[in-house]
Structure formats: C-alpha cells, structure tokens
Design a protein around this ligand. Structure first.
Ligand code: NAG
Ligand code: NAG
Ligand code: NAG
Ligand code: NAG
Length: 644
C-alpha cells in the first residue's frame, strides 16, 4: 500500500524540486548528528522542544529557519512531520508540503488524523483528485475513516470532485460532526445544490447543531440565489438574535446581498443602513437592485458614494446603470456613467459594458455615438453586434440593420434569435421588402435551426403578412409545437391585417381553448378584423367578453373600433350608448368619428346630440367648430330643401 502511494506521487514530486531543499553538506551533517543523538538520554524531550521551535518559526513565516531546524533534528516523530507539512501548507508552499508528505511515508512514519486532514485538504485544493483517492484508501487501512477531522477533509475532497452524493454518504457515516463539518458540506454545495442546502439547513436544526457566522453566510447566499425569501428571513432573525446582523461585517453584507437578490428593496436598504459605511462590501448589489427597479436617483447616490469611498463598481453595476439610462432615455445619466467607465478603464475588452453603452446611446437616439463605440471595440462579439443592430432598429434605420446582418454572416460572427428576428422585422419595413427577401431569411432561419424560436417565428409571420402571404404565415405558425400568447397574437394579427375576420375569431377560440390568456393587443387585432369584415354581432360579443370574461378594460382603440363597426352599419344610438358609458367619453376624436357616421347615414336626431357633445368637449378648438358647423349647415340646407 505504502509503495503504491509513492509511485503515484511520481508526477507531483519528480517534476518538482523544493526551493529550499537542503544541499549535500547539510544532509551529511544531518546523518552525523543523528548518529550522535541516539546516545543522548533525554532525546524525547529534545524532540518535543525542537517541534515547538519549528512550529514557532512556521507561525512567523520563517520557513527557512524551520527547515534548518528540521534538518538538524536527529530524531523526529510524527508531530514533527505534521508541523512541517501543515506549516508549509499554511505558508502557501503546498507542493513542498506534499513533497515532505512523500518523504514522511517513505521513511516509514504512519500518518495521524491531522496529517490526513492537512494532506487531503491540499490534494483537494490543488485538484489532485487521483492522489486524494489513494490517500483515502490509506485512511481506510489505518482505520481513521470515522474520525471527524479526516472525514471533513474527505467530504471536501469528494465535493470538489463533484461527487456530491458520495460526500453526503461519508457525512452521514460520521458518528459525530461539528459545525465545521457542516460548513464544509454547505460550502461544497456552493451555488448549485440549493435543494440540498435547504434540506441540510432543516436537518441541522433538527440535530440541534448551532450554526456560526460562516454557516449563516453559506446558507443565506444560497437562499438569495434561489429567492427563498421566507427561509432567508428566518435566518435573518436568528442572526439578529445572535447579534451578528450588526456586529459581523460578512453577515451584514450577505444580508444586503440576500435581500437584493430577492428583490426586496426596503429590507436591502434597511440592512445596508446598519453597516458602517467603511465596512460595506455589498455596494454593487445595492446599485444593481436600485437600477433594476428603475430608481435612478438612489442608484446614482450609492454609485457616487462608492466613488467617495474608493470602491470600484462592478460590471454588473455599470450595466445596470446604463440599462437604467436607456430605460429612462436619460442621456445625461448615461454620459456620466460612460465617463466613469472611461475613467476606470472598463471600456476596453468587456463586451457587456460595450453592449450596454451602444444600447444606451441607441435608445437615447444618439446613434452616431453607438456607431463610434462599436467601431472602437477591439473584438466584435455577437452581443456587441446585436446591441448595435437593435439600436439601428430602435432608431428606425432599417437598411443598416440589414447591412449589419450581412456583415455578421460574412465575418463569421454568427447570429442568434435576436439578430435574426430584428433583421426579419427590419426587412419587412424596408424599401427592399419582397417575398424573395423574406423567403431568404426564412431559409436562413431554418438552416440555423432558429425557425422554431418564438421571436423569429413571430417576426416571420409579421413579415409574410405585410406582404399578404397569409399562407406562409400559417406554415410558420403550424411548425411551432407550443405557441405562446405572442405567437397567437401574431398569427391573429396576420389574418386581421389581411381582413380575414372569421379566421381571427377561430384562432381566438383555439387560443382560449389552449388555456392561453389573450391580451389587449390580441383583442384589438380581432376587433379590427371584425370592423373590416363588417361582423357586427361577433364584434359585439368579443368586445363584451373582454371585460366580463377576461377582465380586460378596453382601451381607446378598442372603442374606436367598435364605434366604426357600429356606426358603419347605422347602429348610431348603440354606438352613442357605448361611448357614453366608456371612460373615454371625453375623447372628442372618437365622438367626431361617430359624428361622421351620423352624416353618412343622414341621421339628424343622433347627429345633433353628438354635435353638442363634441362642441362642449372642445369649445376652444376651431377645427371642431368648423367641422360641426359644416355638418349642421348641411342639415339645415337639406331641411330647407325638404320644406321647399
Ligand atoms: C434592463 O431594463 C429593463 C427595463 O427597462 C429590464 O426589463 C431588463 O431586465 C434590464 N436588464 C438588465 C440586464 O438589467
Ligand atoms: C373600420 O373599418 C373601416 C373600413 O370598413 C375603416 O375605414 C376604419 O378605419 C376602421 N376603423 C378602425 C378603427 O380600424
Ligand atoms: C337614427 O338612428 C337610430 C338608431 O341608431 C334610429 O332609431 C333612427 O330612426 C335614425 N333616424 C333617422 C332619421 O334615420
Ligand atoms: C378624459 O378623462 C380621463 C379620466 O377619466 C382623463 O385622464 C383624461 O385626461 C381626459 N381626457 C381629456 C382629453 O380630457
């Protein structure tokens, strides 16, 4: 067994010569001294004294002196070796420590539990899993597997190897565990095994283990990532009870991070406020959450405080601030953040920040600035290109969207669903829109496998429908395995745009039967189609169901549609009643449109009432007066003519 370990250490040891390994003369003196000391009576006391000296040297980082003492020792015991190995490790000389471990075993010393926990920890940290496994077999042979310290080290090793279940088994086998063992396991679960973490947390409570601050930090981070708000709050109250929430910098900062991750702004702020400013670590979490919630002034305040305290904003903070500027179309804020970015040298090489900058300038309508940032980007990534592309689209420069797409293909940058759907949409609005160009992009989507993507499909449906090719729209739609509300709305809109009212109604029914919830846009498409197709009964039914069945308040546009639909058929009083109940009963434009219908149908009774309403709504607007007076004039003419 021992021999096997030595062989397997080969690659670690042989490629490595410790920087401070003794030279030939010290080795010679070592042998002579060793021989002498055997004849000294109190050699055990001397070993003990030497060990203490080595330990003291190691503690002060004077590793050379420690090794000199070690070399001069005539007799050593296991404690000497343990002190040497763990001292090397503590001072950052892991490979040297492993070298001495090899020496120790080859000289016939048998490891103690503390040797194992040191050595296993090193194998685990250095990623030397194979060697670690061989040490595990020595642990078993020497009967130390149930030792708590060795067990903890083994758990860490297996966790590092990703063998979570095996680590858990070792953990369960341990007859006793302390809080450090628990922490080892929790740390191992890291960001991923949150379900394990939660389970462990409850088990820990059951077994009456008292968590410490480190346990708290591991747990709360996991809870934050998974937004387990209730469990986190419970932990928080525990931390308050223990007095850590304010006294422990790491605990208090992890609380801020937790509440930020859960999106509870108020709690995050409260936890932040109890931390003395110089101890704040979680600045960036706070900036991000404020930015994410669109609270520009708060985000900016924290952002500036960070500058005062010399804290560096993270990429996430910068991106959050820039996103905030684009969302609010606040070019001033955006430029300020851009200055910070330049000052801190973040502009080069980070494509998240570059993309956010391009996006910000684009959304604020300064497309030249977007282009100039794009041109200075050292490496054109997909994100950067997409940001420029969506900026072009946002500013309505559709030709450049198409050109950029061509460039991305030519320069092998590639494209994704965002680039493709943006280009398809731009193409349909450009002067070169044609069935051919649409088919070309469709083929491109099929070849790249994006044709089943919802965004791409919707933009294809949209393009084909603009060209009047409803059949192609249906083909794209039928490919989708589980179309969502937006896909259904797109296909309904495609039919509506091409004045196919019945099909719209059928699709609406299918959609509702699939358990999807139509939204305002869906209903507007259906009502528009009903208006175009003159489907009065159906239109009325759909309109009524909006509020009564789906709980959606009709907008101005829905009413305008209904007024046209009813008015066109001469159902003037019905339209009048509808408008009077609506919250848009003060909208002179809709009333004017009803007035036009009265004129077309030459209905004086209703026409007069509506004229009164319109002139009352906009007494100051000369256009309205002109409009209505013309109208009244016409009637009077007609009336006179009638009586002549
Ligand atoms: C950017 O802001 C929008 C809202 O304006 C939000 O939906 C989006 O998630 C934000 N993105 C990032 C990366 O913060
Ligand atoms: C309703 O349809 C008519 C044509 O039938 C059209 O002129 C009118 O603009 C449509 N109204 C709305 C609100 O779409
Ligand atoms: C005006 O329209 C209403 C129904 O909207 C109808 O009852 C009435 O007879 C119409 N009047 C004239 C003069 O056409
Ligand atoms: C119409 O009334 C609503 C409130 O019901 C109000 O918000 C809106 O500004 C008013 N519009 C006009 C044109 O007066």
């Amino acid at each position: 067994m021992r021999k096997k370990i030595l062989v397997s250490f080969g690659p670690v040891i042989s490629t490595f010569t410790p920087t401070f390994v003794r030279n030939a003369s010290t080795t010679a003196s070592f042998f002579s001294q060793r021989f002498d000391s055997y004849f000294q009576p109190n050699s055990r006391d001397r070993v003990y004294a030497c060990n203490r000296d080595i330990e003291a040297h190691m503690k002060h980082g004077s590793i050379e002196s420690a090794l000199k003492l070690f070399d001069e020792m005539p007799i050593r015991d296991i404690i000497t070796w343990n002190i040497l190995i763990s001292g090397c490790k503590r001072n950052g000389f892991s490979r040297e420590a492993l070298y001495y471990y090899g020496q120790m075993v080859s000289q016939g010393f048998v490891e103690s539990s503390s040797t194992f926990s040191t050595v296993l920890g090193m194998f685990s940290d250095e990623g030397l899993h194979q060697e670690g496994l061989q040490v595990h077999s020595r642990v078993v042979v020497l009967g130390l597997s149930l030792n708590m310290y060795v067990g903890s080290a083994l758990i860490d090793l297996y966790m590092n190897m990703g063998l979570v279940n095996f680590a858990l088994r070792l953990f369960n086998d341990l007859p006793e565990r302390n809080v450090a063992t628990w922490n080892q396991l929790l740390r191992g679960f890291g960001e991923f095994g949150i379900s394990h973490k939660l389970e462990l947390y409850f088990r820990m409570k059951r077994e009456g283990v008292v968590p410490n601050q480190l346990t708290f930090c591991y747990l709360i981070r996991g809870f934050g990532n998974e937004r387990f708000a209730n469990e986190g709050k419970e932990l928080h109250s525990y931390a308050i009870k223990m007095g850590w929430a304010e006294s422990d910098v790491f605990v208090s900062n992890s609380l801020v991070d937790f509440y930020c991750a859960c999106g509870s702004l108020i709690d995050a702020k409260r936890s932040f406020q109890v931390i003395p400013t110089e101890d704040v670590i979680s600045w960036n979490s706070l900036v991000s959450i404020y930015a994410y919630n669109g609270l520009a002034s708060n985000a900016l305040e924290i952002f500036s405080m960070m500058q005062v305290w010399g804290k560096k904003p993270s990429i996430r903070s910068f991106v959050g601030m820039l996103n905030l500027s684009s969302g609010n179309v606040n070019i001033l804020l955006g430029k300020q953040v851009h200055c910070f970015v330049l000052k801190l040298g973040f502009d080069h090489g980070n494509s998240y920040i570059q993309s956010a900058l391009i996006d910000m300038y684009g959304k604020c309508g300064e497309i030249e600035s977007s282009v100039s940032i794009y041109e200075n980007v050292p490496r054109r990534t997909l994100e950067v290109c997409n940001s420029l592309m969506t900026s072009f689209a946002w500013c309505g420069i559709v030709e450049d969207v198409i050109e950029l797409f061509g460039l991305m293909v030519d320069e092998a940058i590639g494209f994704d669903e965002v680039s493709l759907s943006t280009t398809v949409n731009a193409m349909s609005k450009s002067s070169c829109a044609s069935l051919k160009s649409c088919k070309l992009l469709h083929t491109c989507a099929v070849k790249s496998g994006f044709d089943l993507n919802h965004a791409v499909s919707c933009s294809l449906i949209n393009s084909y429908s603009r060209l009047g090719h409803v059949k192609s729209c249906c083909q794209v739609f039928e490919q989708l395995s589980s179309p969502n509300v937006i896909c259904f709305t797109s296909i309904i809109s495609a039919h509506s745009r091409n004045k196919m009212g019945m099909e719209c109604l059928k699709l609406l029914e299918v959609m509702i039967n699939e358990g999807l919830k139509p939204d305002k846009v869906t209903f507007l498409c259906v009502l528009t189609a009903c208006n175009y197709s003159g489907m009065v009964q159906e239109g009325k039914m759909v309109f009524d169901s909006m509020k009564s069945v789906h709980g959606i308040d009709p907008d101005r546009q829905h009413f305008a549609c209904m007024v046209d639909l009813l008015g066109h058929r001469g159902l003037l009083e019905e339209a009048e009643r509808l408008l009077k109940q609506a919250q848009f009963n003060n909208d002179s434009l809709i009333w004017s449109s009803l007035l036009r219908h009265c004129r077309t149908h030459q209905n004086e009774t209703v026409g007069r009432r509506i004229t009164q309403i319109v002139t009352k709504l906009e007494p100051e607007n000369p256009a309205v007066w002109l409009h209505t007076s013309n109208f009244i004039g016409n009637w009077q003419e007609r009336c006179n003519w009638k009586y002549i």
